[in-house]
Design a binder for this molecule. Structure first.
Ligand code: TXA
Ligand code: MG
Length: 340
């Protein structure tokens, strides 16, 4: 067991020094906490996979402090990628681009492309600047757990497994970055996230949604983002997602959840008082999709802690940030969705 230091916000220099010397640091970003290492140090990056229990065929995102770093690690960068960077960086957008040979194979799992993102959390960019290297970081959860959105989540999953965790407060976006593959024409969204599809469509003429976003993979099908094949965001108890008008979905859950304490409910604020006999986690008001995103992973983790045997979840529509929330919830449920 390693001793994990909890670093205060003023200890960015310590976090950067650990990264530079090949160690692992839990780093705050605006989306979720990441598990960072020097992205040019193969051995350090291999340790990320060990700490997470992550399969080696699942590539990592390189985090950079400025779009000006792109040229050092990527080639054949299309004009649209520069336009996206200008509009959305720093921010919750990851672009898949052709990589240069300087990017180690272990980062990209041997692919000839690499995911790159410039995070909006100022402490995260400060660490990267200070370390002077791109930081390879997946989400900081143990493989299969919901992503960490608070420093407490990071400690739950990584205490004793990594060198340090930098406390950057609660994550403001709460779901991971939007991933867009810019190596194909038209560009393809591989994962919905903190930048809504509608905003991408303002900059790009056309964006294709990868089918893995809305449907389970068919048997033997290889997803374009290797991570999409794993059962992600999964709480311990099975999840049933109830999709449709909020009043109807709340009524459906009320009719079917019985009065058992072991049936947990994830619902919009307006309906929380309907479920007083149950463990309840609120997602925010039914129209506030930014709040749903911010609270979703916390709600799933809380359900693990109270030990419920089954989880019922109300689900927002797919507009704006809703698409990312619907994607995470339906994946957590193994696509067990009831339409009302
Ligand atoms: O918001 C985020 O993106 C967070 C924070 C820490 O930046 N990071 C994150 O990383 O969510 P991770 O590793 O949990 O998810 C990255 C996803 C995986 O599904 C992976 O398969 C995919 O991105 N990916 C990475 N590189 C890729 C590539 N070259 N081609 C296709 N998919 C890629
Ligand atoms: Mg992840």
């Amino acid at each position: 067991m390693m001793d994990t230091q909890l670093l205060s916000p003023s200890e960015i220099d310590k976090a950067a020094a650990i990264i530079k010397s090949g160690g692992l640091v839990g780093i705050p970003t605006e989306t979720v906490y990441g598990l960072g290492a020097n992205g040019l140090d193969s051995e350090a990056v291999r340790n990320i996979f060990r700490a997470k229990g992550r399969p080696q065929d699942n590539p990592l995102i390189l985090h950079i402090p400025d779009a000006a770093w792109l040229d050092a690690f990527c080639e054949d960068i299309p004009q649209d990628a520069w336009r996206l960077a200008k509009r959305f960086w720093p921010g919750p957008l990851t672009m898949i681009l052709r990589r240069k040979p300087v990017v180690p194979d272990v980062v990209t799992a041997g692919l000839d492309t690499v995911g790159v993102r410039c995070p909006a959390h100022s402490m995260c960019r400060a660490i990267i600047m200070e370390a002077g290297v791109p930081v390879a970081a997946p989400s900081g959860n143990r493989s299969g757990r919901p992503s960490p959105t608070t420093v407490q989540h990071m400690l739950e999953d990584m205490d004793g497994r990594i060198d340090a965790i930098l406390d950057g407060g609660d994550c403001q976006v709460g779901v991971e970055s939007t991933i867009v593959d810019m190596t194909c024409v038209p560009p393809r969204m591989l994962r919905p996230g903190g930048v809504p599809l509608e905003e991408l469509q303002v900059v790009l003429k056309e964006v294709v949604l990868d089918s893995a976003i809305t449907q389970p993979l068919k048997e033997g099908e290889q997803p374009r983002a290797p991570g999409m094949k794993y059962r992600h965001y999964a709480p311990k108890a099975p999840v049933t997602v109830v999709w449709g008008d909020p009043l109807r979905s709340a009524q459906y859950i009320l009719d079917h959840a019985g009065d058992s304490y072991w049936e947990g409910i994830i619902c919009f604020d307006e309906f929380a008082h309907w479920f007083e006999d149950h463990p309840v986690e609120r997602l925010g008001g039914s129209l506030d999709c930014f709040e749903h995103a911010r609270r979703l992973f916390r709600a799933l983790r809380a359900m693990d802690e109270n030990g419920v045997k089954h989880i019922w979840a109300q689900c927002p529509g797919t507009a704006g940030m809703g698409l990312a929330v619907v994607n995470r919830l339906t994946k957590a449920s193994g696509f067990h969705v009831i339409e009302v």
